[in-house]
Design a protein around this ligand. Sequence first.
Ligand SMILES: Cc1cc2nc3c(=O)[nH]c(=O)nc-3n(C[C@H](O)[C@H](O)[C@H](O)COP(=O)(O)O)c2cc1C
Length: 193
Amino acid sequence: MKAQAKKDFRVHEFIEKRWSPRAYSDKPVSQGKINSLFEAARWAASSRNGQPWRFIYATKENKETYDKIFKVMVEWNQSWAKTAPLLILTIAKTKDEKGRPLGHSMYDLGLALGNLTTQATSEGIFLHHMGGIDPQIARELFDIPENYEAITMIAAGYPGDIANIPADIAAGEYAIQERNPQSEFVFSNKFGE
Ligand SMILES: Cc1cc2nc3c(=O)[nH]c(=O)nc-3n(C[C@H](O)[C@H](O)[C@H](O)COP(=O)(O)O)c2cc1C
């Protein structure tokens, strides 16, 4: 397992332990755990309680849908995500029924995914979020309506053997996580200070 980066301040263990693997074990994620992941997402805050998140998921047991979701990823992500036992396509409602933009839907989806990610860590499940997808392919394969948009893909499961993913990707798999110090993004006087 990956060595953890030293945190500057105390955080919850589910935040401490989280990282984004690219190699997964064959161990399936049970339906009960999948239900809990989406339940955590369900209870996120959202603008006007609009709940603009949508998800399409498949485990490897549901090969037909898994293969369809798989096609939405760019090739580079496909090269490692093939080991993931669970794939989740995330979708946001970007416009209301009158075609007006829902300006906070990305924020809302992000909050739901934060919940989902933390729930996953609490269950020993690790996720890898991906922006490298083709939303148009998702729209065609899954009949996504015009006022919704595929935003990201998530690979999920239990960390596995890095020998099962391409060697150049495996090489960085256990690199220590890095982050900017708080002084770069937390201000108390004006922007930047
Ligand atoms: C919105 C978003 C898009 C991302 N897109 C990709 C991607 O397409 N492919 C990939 O391998 N990782 C992707 N990542 C994973 C990030 O590279 C990763 O979270 C970051 O390097 C920090 O590593 P950590 O999650 O292990 O702390 C994405 C993460 C987020 C949140």
